[in-house]
Design a protein. Sequence first.
Length: 98
Amino acid sequence: MSESLSNSIFGNSGANVEAAAAQGKAALKQGVRAARQGMDAAGEGIQYAQDHIGDGLDIIKDATNSLSNFVANQPLLAVAGAFLIGYIAARMLRKASS
């Protein structure tokens, strides 16, 4: 009787181990698939950022060139504008500190 009991216990535990191994294997495959999808999404995000950083740098370069041309063509107006901006900023900082 004890022999049949031990066979049923060991038989069931073997099946349980196989079932757990199968579940672990399926979970591992799902994890690998999710990691690959995450890597692909990250690669796409990096490519998108690189494309738009280039666009942003072009806009900044154009604005800098426009400002340089304005200062070269209208130096007195540029100095007056810089003074006005500095004056307003100083007043705002003085009010904010008190």
